[in-house]
Design a protein around this ligand. Structure first.
Ligand SMILES: [Fe+2]
Length: 296
């Protein structure tokens, strides 16, 4: 425990202190008015000596309409990187990109135990020695590291803050980029299935609760600055990013009062998730159920 937060940093190498034809191409997204580079690296900070540069890519897996996010600190000599919600089927693509950008992948992170695809974390671990998998302690799934609310996941001088956002599943978390002069502005929230663009994840499986989801979104996500960028785990309509302010104004479910929201969620009449019986058992063990055959 370090002060108020627990910090995760790779020990020896990364010990610096403070530091979607429907083809979707990996995107280079400018996340700030302070965006200074043409190459996908955003600079933050007030002096050249303390500037941190975020490398950010939004990647898409078309079968499950899942977004995987790659973040790295380009200003750190080792260019430490992490992947949020990697999918087993697109691991090779993601790792090729990591290599081409000269990044050092240190973490493979999940927002929750997914029911619609198998996580790529196990496969990544088998292909890139030293990568640590991360998931919330509340998920009860296996991983190398477990995070709790308030924890910070550091990569170079940048970090993700962990916010508990149960409701879609009991262990759902939202990862939010840091709040500080040397951190990305506007902030970025990786909301998993808790908050989707103009929607939200279902709440009828995996310990889901519409009441919890409603409270999670309002207390942990809608409380962020309105210009915070919302990056969900999925989109089915072609949207790529939203903002907290946009969703507070236009989300057709979460702009309602809690009673109306619960009624909407109880009457969605969704079909049984087709991948759930395969994906959930695999994801509970970090996607390591049959890694050897996949890695072959
Ligand atoms: Fe999910």
């Amino acid at each position: 425990m370090l002060s108020k937060f627990r910090f995760f940093q790779i020990s020896a190498t990364f010990s610096s202190p403070a530091p979607r034809k429907k083809v979707h191409f990996p995107q280079i997204v400018a996340v700030t008015a302070k965006f200074r580079s043409q190459m996908g690296a955003a600079s933050y900070g007030t002096s050249s000596s303390s500037v941190s540069k975020l490398i950010f890519r939004q990647l898409f897996e078309k079968e499950s309409s899942t977004y995987t996010y790659l973040l790295a600190d380009a200003s750190h000599p080792d260019k430490p990187a992490l992947l949020v919600d990697p999918v087993d089927k697109t691991v090779d693509r993601d790792l090729s990109l990591v290599k081409e950008l000269g990044l050092k992948l240190i973490y493979a992170i999940n927002t929750h135990v997914h029911a619609d695809h198998v996580t790529g974390t196990g496969l990544i671990k088998s292909k890139v020695p030293g990568v640590k998998s991360i998931i919330s302690k509340a998920s009860n799934a296996k991983a190398d590291l477990f995070v709790e609310p308030g924890d910070k996941i550091c990569f170079g001088d940048l970090f993700l803050e962990v916010r508990a956002t149960p409701g879609h599943t009991q262990g759902c978390v939202t990862y939010v980029t840091g709040d500080g002069p040397n951190q990305p502005q506007p902030r970025m929230a990786f909301t998993g299935d808790t908050l989707l663009i103009r929607g939200c994840g279902r709440t009828d499986f995996q310990g889901g609760s519409s009441e919890q989801l409603y409270k999670s979104v309002h207390s942990q996500i809608f409380s962020l600055p309105k210009d915070t960028l919302v990056y969900p785990a999925h989109d089915y309509k072609g949207f790529t990013v939203s903002t907290v302010g946009e969703e507070m104004q236009y989300n057709p479910r979460l702009t309602k009062d809690e009673g109306t929201f619960k009624n909407i969620m109880a009457n969605l009449n969704l079909s049984y998730p087709k991948m759930i019986d395969v994906a959930v058992p695999a994801n509970m063990v970090c996607g390591l159920q049959d890694v050897e055959s996949k890695a072959a």
